[in-house]
Design a protein around this ligand. Sequence first.
Ligand SMILES: O=C(O)C(=O)CO
Length: 347
Amino acid sequence: MPPRLPFGQVRNFLQLGHRIRRMSSKPSVYVTRPDVDDSGLELLRKSCQVSTWQETSPVPRSELIREVAGKDALYCALTDKVDKEVLDAAGPQLKCVATISVGYDHIDMEECRKRGIRVGFTPDVLTDATAELTLALLLATNRRLFEANKQVYNGGWKSWAPMWMCGQGLKGSRVGLLGFGRIGQEIAARIAPFKPAEITYTTRSPRPQEAAAVNARHVDFDEMLRNSDFIVACCALTPQTKEIFNASAFQKMKSNCIFINTARGGVVDQKALYDALKTKQIQAAGLDVTTPEPLPLDDPLLKLDNVVILPHIGSADIETRKEMSRITARNILAGLANKEMEAEVKL
Ligand SMILES: O=C(O)C(=O)CO
């Protein structure tokens, strides 16, 4: 018979074993999108145990809650709501969350802060792609590209006609931006060559240096609403900007105003936008983001001719998305190693 060890010694021995196992085993990462560019996942696989949701549709919440349990890091996307319930399910060992997006309104920052969970995101890399897509929406709506294109296929194109399918040019127009961060500034820089009469921007505090570079003027929200021919939402979704474009805002806009949203669907009261478009209170809208996403096929907005809707493709430029995948991975590796992340949300 081998000698029996006292209980305390057995427990210490087991705990030591557990600690050694954790120290020697690779950190575990759960990835909610298997379809992110593999270059990012490869980076993670070198030093982590990586498990991923297997389908290209967003991970169901129940699956996320089950799979995140016990993980050291979470690689997520804007399609995943990372709230208290998910963080509780993960457990106290969770060190970091990294999202493959610049927006992080889907992550409960306060809960992360309370728990000391670090959060990575992907600003900068997608600025140009998003600004470019915003210009595409501006041009598609003001020159009525989608309406005109339909006429080619449905027999509406009878002959060239002097005033047919005319729209208002950007030249000589007043363009107002809600938000003047990285993306807003790049949008302004791309609009400038179209020779607008003026570019204005609304932010909590003016950014004179950045504004001077693109000849933009700081105005309050009300002035922007009342004077602009084009209004572009390019701000973060926060409690302050939630549904800031509501019935009252649309009422203040000029009847020729074209409203563009490449920020988040949540900055708009969508029913109010529908009413404003339907009653021609405003001219048109170009939306890369909606509530919800995807927009149901029976959504009334889809019945209107004066709206162009895209399926949230602002940053969908191939090299941009590849780099976003790698930055998200590098953010996680830095978070796990207690090093500075490439792009970390200040909590
Ligand atoms: O990165 C984001 O926040 C996006 O909306 C992706 O286009």
